[in-house]
Ligand binder design. Structure first.
Ligand code: 8YV
Length: 321
């Protein structure tokens, strides 16, 4: 029997590619060329499956132009690159990679919080520039992490992982806001209490954004919200670009409306709002929250398993529709 044809849209671990080749006719992109939407459509012709990442937009126009496509397996837990309704309408299966990146991403959220609160990037730049001349009582004095109040906006798997680290590892008071409140047992497990968004903004010493992107979440944190935060507060975004109004944030950091921010995701990334590069009190990382080799391997494996499961056995492991 002829093997189904798939496209692996970005470079991937060679061993995952080898595995896929056992089951499929694979068109790969190990040179990791970033294709335009038209080039992606061209490469998807005659393909039943696609291994995608956050960089590939799967929308109604693409689906109409690729009638043989049956599944897109995203190597990411977030899927705002998918128009899920259009995929469902077109009868195209969508899958993501939940669970395998939860703890790694929560680790990174905490790392970015600590780097931001304790001014690690800013002080390292100062040191590298040869500006460290002597010890001083307030040199890069930052915000306390242990025992402070950690606010979490979005309380899914990753938010819960961060809450546990804060509550149980750092003795923090953890408050959260989410579309739906957790059950009482999970709140106890996470050491977290539910508050309104207004109280979250007002009370948090450190505010961590971990909500999925949706059009309603666009600029959930803008000038108005930043003005409600403590002037000593830290903001960390490991969720998605667009949830924070980056222009408003750069302005707020410049005017010390809040003390500092740590950002792993950006509006329109990989481009950054130019003002973010001019303020010292922000730690910037290139969307690496899930980037450990074991986790990225597990994500690639799960995306591959979704393709095999669906195209060969009719069932994706972690379907979205
Ligand atoms: C991915 C992510 O690295 O899983 C997600 O939603 O944001 C990251 O873990 C990125 O989306 C690439 O696909």
């Amino acid at each position: 029997m002829k093997k189904p044809a798939i496209l692996v849209a970005r470079a991937v671990f060679p061993e995952v590619l080898t595995q896929l080749e056992q089951h499929f006719e694979v068109a790969a992109n190990q040179g990791d060329t970033l294709w335009t939407p038209a080039e992606l459509i061209e490469r998807l012709q005659g393909k039943q499956g696609a291994f995608t990442t956050g960089s590939e937009r799967i929308d109604a126009a693409l689906l109409a132009a690729c009638p043989e496509l049956k599944i897109c397996a995203n190597m990411a837990v977030g899927y705002n690159n998918f128009d899920l309704a259009a995929m469902t309408d077109a009868g195209v299966k969508a899958s993501n990679t939940p669970d395998v990146l939860t703890e790694t991403t929560a680790d990174f959220g905490f790392a970015l919080l600590m780097a931001t609160a304790r001014r690690m990037a800013e002080s390292e730049h100062f040191l590298r520039a040869g500006r460290w001349k002597s010890w001083r009582y307030d040199l890069f004095a930052g915000a306390e992490v242990h025992g402070s109040t950690l606010g979490i906006l979005g309380m899914g798997r990753i938010g819960q992982g961060i809450a546990k680290r804060g509550a149980h590892g750092f003795g923090m008071k953890v408050i959260y806001h989410n579309r739906s409140r957790l059950d009482a047992a999970t709140e106890v497990l996470c050491g977290a209490s539910y508050v309104s968004k207004a109280d979250l903004l007002k009370q948090a010493d450190h505010l961590m954004l971990v909500l999925p992107y949706s059009p309603e979440a666009q600029h959930a944190i803008g000038a108005t919200e930043l003005a409600q935060m403590k002037p000593t507060a830290t903001l960390v975004n490991i969720a998605r670009g667009g949830i924070v109004d980056d222009a408003a944030l750069a302005q707020a950091l410049k005017n010390r409306v809040i003390a500092a921010a740590g950002l792993d995701v950006f509006e329109g990334e990989p481009a950054l709002h130019p003002d973010l590069l001019t303020v010292p009190n922000v730690v910037l990382t290139p969307h690496i929250a899930s980037a450990t080799l074991p986790t990225r391997r597990a994500m690639a494996q799960l995306a591959a398993d979704n393709l095999v499961g669906f195209l060969l056995h009719g069932k994706a492991l972690t379907p979205l529709n």
